[in-house]
Every structure is written in structure tokens, then in C-alpha cells.
Write a protein that binds this ligand. Structure first.
Ligand code: SF4
Ligand code: SF4
Length: 345
């Protein structure tokens, strides 16, 4: 890995250099919260954020997108060519970069690569920035508190300077043209190590670390805990909307008023929705909150792991904040901690 150092005062110059050729999406403060938005000036960006309400997921997988247009009268289909904007996601935390890496596994690297996702991903540079966890963060439990790949630059804040990890030529050229770079010294590396240790020590110690949670979920699949947890679900789908790794979608054909032409749309869906598992004939494979919430937690902490060798949850803590019914992976970890204390596992 190539490491360089530049003064933090030069950060606006770096953002401006990216803005010359790309749409720059960065964290912006909105009232008491932060959100990723396209900015028109470096002054709008605030990198001292804890977390954003939603992740940058929508820049790769929009909430609604047109896949094709069709004409039922002529039986013609036209692929929809949405303009792909060269874009930089500036200031993503490690958990969100790890979440994008998981989306890549599904939409880019899988058996059926998704051309819409792949086009946006290929046109996007990612500049990561180091963070300090808040009380709901548990990315450290899933090894998602550091991004080892999936970014172009990663800026580690060390006081009044940044230690920058460089992993793409495209971003390196812009960096070099925008700021005064120097080689990292051994002192810089030691400072980086201290900053990393401080971050690791700042995670909430009350969140239990249950490394074998996937196996335990299989053992406790029928436990009344799932009824207790799932019966509280309001089916609002806020958890899926804010989650950086939820990728389920529905396909809908939207007819024009002429009844002949129309478009096929892909729309975010969520397994917590009561309609999600309804099939032809009206049967619902997951009719209650118990089944739906259990399924969601299994996909995050068990099923994806079996296929891709990593959790689908990156521990960003967004669903912890978003769910009004207090349903989230931490409750699952606490359940197994309690079972362990009782000697049940
Ligand atoms: S399940 Fe919750 S904590 Fe895990 S990645 Fe999704 S929003 Fe973040
Ligand atoms: S788990 Fe929480 S956020 Fe998700 S749908 Fe149910 S009530 Fe809404």
C-alpha cells in the first residue's frame, strides 16, 4: 500500500480538484443529522460526522430505476440507457466501503452481473475517511471497521494532517495535482497506529461479541425469542431503507395511459414488508413478524456468511437508530449472551 501525507488545510483543494471532473457526493449536516448529498462547494462538506441517516447505497442502487421501456402493441423492448455520471463518494467511513464491497459481490462479481449497477460502480471513485465510533457502532465485531480494499483513496486523520492510502492511479493523479504530498515517515506510521488503537478502544463495550452467532442462530431457530422480537415489528421498512447492505428489490411494470407502452422499474423492497413473501395464489411464506424479522436477521448474520464468507451486516448502527421497535442485530447478540450466561449455549 502506498502512503503519503498532506496538510489537513489542503482538503478543500482536493475536493475542488475532484469537482472539476466529477459530481462530488459528501456528508452534509442537515439539522441534527448528516446525509450524503451532491455538493457544489467544499464548504458544504462536513467530514466530522458520526454517521449519516442513510448510506451512499442509493448512488449505486437507486430506490427506483427504469430498466427498460416496452411497447405491447409492437412487442418492442428498448433497454433504458440512463446517463451514468462520473462521481466521487467523498468521506465514506470504512463500514460503508465494506458494505459497497458486499454489494459488489452480489451485483458485479456474481453469476448474473447487473449492468445497471456495474455501470454506476465503474464510474464512481470512493474516498474514505477515518472515523470514531458512536455508541451504536459495532463494525469492529465483523471486521468491518477497516477498509482494506474497495476505495481509491482513504484519508486517515492525524491531527492537522492526513495520512492517505492510495489504491488507484486515477485518484492518485488528482491527489498529486491538488495538494503538496510528502512521503510518510516512521513517526507518521506510529501516529497512525496510536489513532487506530484509540478508535478500537472507543467501541461500546456493552455490545456483546458473539463470534459464533451464525451457528447459534441455527441452534435457536425455534426459540420464543423470535416471536418476542418479531411481534414488535411495525413493518415500516425503515431498517432496510437505511441499511447499506440491504439490496432486495421488486420489479413493477408501469403502463402509460395509452395502455400499450410503459416501463419496467426496479424498486427497493424489504423482507420486513408483509407482502414480500406472498406468491401466486396468495400464500405468504412469512405471514408474521416472527418469520419476517427472523429472516432478516438470518440473512444478515447467517445466510450471506454461508455463501460469501462474511456477514451481510457491517455493524454501521443505522438500523439501531432507525427502528422505533428496538429491533436490530445487537438485540440478537444480547439474546445469545444471556443464553450463554444461563448455560444454555
Ligand atoms: S443490519 Fe443494521 S447495523 Fe447491520 S449493516 Fe444494516 S443498518 Fe447497519
Ligand atoms: S424491524 Fe423495525 S425498522 Fe424494520 S420494519 Fe420492523 S419496525 Fe420497521
Amino acid at each position: 500500500m502506498l502512503y503519503r501525507v498532506f496538510d489537513a488545510a489542503e482538503l478543500p483543494a482536493l475536493v475542488s480538484a475532484f469537482m472539476d471532473g466529477y459530481e462530488v457526493v459528501a456528508p452534509v449536516k442537515r439539522g441534527a443529522h448528516y446525509s450524503f448529498e451532491a455538493i457544489s462547494s467544499p464548504d458544504e462538506m462536513d467530514l466530522a460526522y458520526d454517521t449519516t441517516l442513510a448510506s451512499p447505497k442509493r448512488y449505486f442502487l437507486p430506490p427506483t430505476e427504469t430498466l427498460m421501456r416496452y411497447n405491447a402493441a409492437t412487442n418492442e423492448v428498448a433497454d433504458f440507457q440512463e446517463e451514468v455520471v462520473p462521481r466521487v463518494i467523498f468521506g465514506a467511513h470504512a463500514c460503508d466501503i465494506n458494505a459497497i464491497n458486499r454489494l459488489d459481490l452480489v451485483f458485479s462479481d456474481g453469476r448474473y452481473p447487473d449492468p445497471y449497477y456495474k455501470a454506476r460502480r465503474a464510474a464512481t471513485l470512493i474516498v474514505g475517511v477515518s472515523c470514531s465510533p458512536d455508541s451504536d457502532c459495532f463494525c469492529n465485531l465483523w471486521d468491518a471497521d477497516e477498509a482494506r480494499f474497495g476505495y481509491d483513496l482513504f484519508l486517515h486523520r492525524l491531527g492537522d494532517k492526513f495520512l492517505v492510502s492510495i489504491s488507484s492511479v486515477e485518484a492518485a493523479n488528482i491527489l498529486e495535482s491538488a495538494v503538496d504530498l510528502r512521503d510518510a515517515t516512521n513517526e507518521d506510521r506510529i501516529e497512525f497506529r496510536h489513532a487506530t488503537r484509540a478508535r478500537q478502544a472507543a467501541f461500546n463495550p456493552d455490545i456483546p461479541e458473539i463470534q459464533d452467532v451464525a451457528m447459534l442462530m441455527d441452534a435457536f431457530h425455534s426459540d420464543p425469542f423470535w416471536e418476542e422480537l418479531g411481534s414488535k415489528c411495525l413493518a415500516c421498512n425503515a431498517c432496510a431503507a437505511v441499511c447499506p447492505t440491504c439490496f432486495c428489490f421488486d420489479i413493477q411494470d408501469v403502463l402509460d395511459p395509452d395502455g400499450q407502452t410503459g416501463e419496467r422499474q426496479r424498486i427497493w423492497d424489504a423482507c420486513t414488508s408483509p407482502q414480500f413473501a406472498v406468491v401466486a395464489g396468495g400464500h405468504n411464506f412469512r405471514p408474521t413478524g416472527r418469520e419476517r424479522v427472523r429472516h432478516r436477521m438470518y440473512h444478515k448474520l447467517n445466510g450471506f456468511l454461508a455463501t460469501y464468507d462474511r456477514m451481510l451486516c457491517v455493524g454501521c448502527g443505522r438500523c439501531v437508530k432507525a427502528c422505533k421497535a428496538d429491533i436490530n442485530p445487537i438485540r440478537v447478540l444480547e439474546f445469545f449472551e444471556k443464553k450463554g450466561a444461563e448455560g444454555a449455549c
